[in-house]
Design a protein around this ligand. Sequence first.
Ligand code: SIN
Length: 491
Amino acid sequence: MGLTAALNKHLRAGELFAALESVTRPSAKWTGATFDVFNPSTGELLATLPDMGTDEAHAAIDAAAAAQSLWAAKPAKDRSAILRRWHDLIVEHVDDLAAILTAEMGKPLAEAKGEVLHAASYVEWYAEEAKRVYGETFPAPANDRRMLVIKQPVGVVGTITPWNFPASMVARKISPALAAGCAVVLKPAEQTPLVAGAMFVLAEKAGFPKGVVNLIYAAEGAPIGRELCSNPKVRKISFTGSTEVGRLLMRQCSDQIKKVSLELGGNAPFIVFDDADIDEAVEGAVQAKFRNAGQTCVSANRIYVQSAVHDAFAEKFVTRVRELTVGDGFSAGVAIGPMIDSHAIEKIEAHVADALAKGGEVRCGGRRIGTNGTFFEPTVLTGISHVMRVAQEETFGPIAPIIRFETTEQVVAEANDTIYGLAAYFYAENLKRVWHVAEALEYGMVGINTGRMSSEAAPFGGIKQSGIGREGSRHGLEDYLEMKYLCMGNI
Ligand code: SIN
C-alpha cells in the first residue's frame, strides 16, 4: 500500500513524495479496503490508498466541527497569512504537483503546470479577500434604532471535487471557504486523489490548525456524499461534477435545508458569425474545444458557423486540428492526453457513430487510437444538426461538431435550446450584434472573441441545470458567508 515507483520517478526531489507517502499510507491498524490509482496514459499503478467510508467521513466532520469556532474566531489577517503561505508553497512545488497531476489524470505537463498555477491564484486571491469581508449599515426609519448586517462563516463545508481539474477545483472551493472562516472536509475524485493529497500536505505545512482541513480518500463517492449531506454538523456542500449527481446531492441536502454550491454539466455553444475574424475564431475554437482534451464543463460542445464563412472556417479549423499531437502527457509537444477511462471513450464513439448515422461527415480524426487505449483522435465533424447526440449531450472529449446556421435568431434559439446554462462563446465584430447576442444567450458565462474565460478574478458558474452559486471573485467568498441582520433599539 502507498505510492509506487511509477509515480516517484516523475518527482523532482522526492521530498513531496515522502510527505505524500506518509499521509497516503494508512497506519498498520488499517484493516479496511483499499483502492488503486492508475496512470490513464500507461495503465501503470501509481498508488494504493485506504478506501475510507462513512465512519472516516464522520470522524473528519467531527474534527472539522471541533476546529470550526476557533478558525472562525481567528483574525482575518491571520487566516490570510496562512492562506498566503499555502499559496507560496504550491508555487514552490509547482513542478512536482504538475507531475503528480499529469501522472494521475493524463493532461500534458505544460497544461498541468498551468492548472497548478491557476490553483495557486485562487489561494492567493482568497488570502487577500479574507481581509475584505465587509458588513453593511442601513439608515433606520427611526432615530432610536440602528440597523446593520454582519457577515459570518456558514460553518463546516463539505466539498467534492472532480477528476478533470484535480488541483484547481480543490483550490477554487476550499480557499474561499477557509478565507471566510469555514473548516472543510474534501472528497477528491477517486481517479485523481494524489494531487489533492499533495496540496493538503502543503496546507499542513502552511500552518492550518488541526481539524481545519480534512481529506477523505474513497473509491466510491456516494457514501461520502450521503454522510456530508445528512450530517447536521456540515452546513454547506460544494460540488463540481455531473448534473445527475448534483441533483442527487441537492435532494439529500433538502432535509436540512443545507446550502449548496453546484458547478454542473454544460453544453456550450461556440458561435462564429459572418463578421468574425476567422483566424482568431479558429484559435479560440481550438482553445475552447481541445483544452484538457475536451474534458471540461466549459468545453465548446457544438460549433455553430454562419453560412457565408462556414467553409472557410471549417477548412482552417481542420488544418489546425490536424496539427494537435496526441500522446502521453509527459512527452514533449503533446497537446492532447488520454481520456480518463474507457467509459469516456465509449461515449465519444457512440456520439460519433450517431452523428455519422444521421448524415454527419468526419473531416479529420474520428477513431480511438489503438484497441485498448484511452486515446482518441482530435476530430472535426461537419454536416451536423442540432438534433444529433453530439449537439444535445455533453461529449466530454476531443470532438468538434460543426453546425451551419443562417440567422442570428436561429442560432440564439438553438444555442439556448438546452437544459444547461454554463458557458457560451461567440465571435463577432459588430458592436450592436455583440451586445444583442451577449444579452440573449441564457448562460452564466459568455466568452466574446475569446475561447477561454476561467479566472480567479471573475465569477465562474452556471444557470439553469448547470448549477447554483459562483466560484472566483468576491462573489465566490459570499457563497461561504451568512448575512446576519442586527437591529439595535433604544439607542
Ligand atoms: C471545468 O469546471 O470543467 C472548467 C474549469 C475551468 O475552466 O477552470
